[in-house]
Design a protein around this ligand. Sequence first.
Ligand code: AMP
Length: 219
Amino acid sequence: METQEALRLIFLGPPGSGKGAQAKIIATRNKAKHISTGDILREAAVAGTDLGLKAKKFMDAGELVPDEVLLGIVEEILSDDETARSFILDGFPRTMPQAEGLEELFGKLKVKLDCAIKLDVPDQAIVERLTARVFCASCKTDFNLRTKPPSQSGVCDNCGGPLVQRNDDRKEVIENRLKVYHDLASPIEAFYKRRGLLKVIAANRGFDEITHDILAAIS
Ligand code: AMP
């Protein structure tokens, strides 16, 4: 039986750089587990769990959820052997304590990271993208009012559900999310660069071109 090659990636980049959409495609293609900490926290917030209630107030303000919460989530997910064999981390690490905690966890689990992909997009383009981003409240399909509009305004093409905006995609919250990102991103990128693992991909381009370059970078 053919075994899928293991893939162990981290996706870095500002909010709205397309990490989630690209990570989903690459994960499906390579049968790797897509681990989006933002999705996990949003699902917990909708479900009203203790974690979700704690995370929601940070998320709605565009602030980061505390490191120990995130490290706990990621440790639990990666403690599954099959997941640790092949995964894409999307939206984690976002702080140096998270990057250092992850390195320690990789050591404990004997996981060797293939590379950290950074999707590079200028701030102006991010604000334009995110203010136009909506998703289906029912099936979660993403749309963008500028680049991928639904056929009928406010209605999901896929399931007919209502299209809504993320709480944290309002302009003032996006500006805070970008500020938080810029304050913290450089040392994390330097951390992976020192290890020879950082690959920077220009991501203010067509979706397929970006996927193509990511695949080339990890091949
Ligand atoms: P995202 O969908 O990746 O943009 O994440 C949405 C929100 O979830 C962020 O603005 C943070 O509030 C929270 N979040 C997601 N990942 C992390 C992380 N690694 N560390 C702290 N907070 C996070």
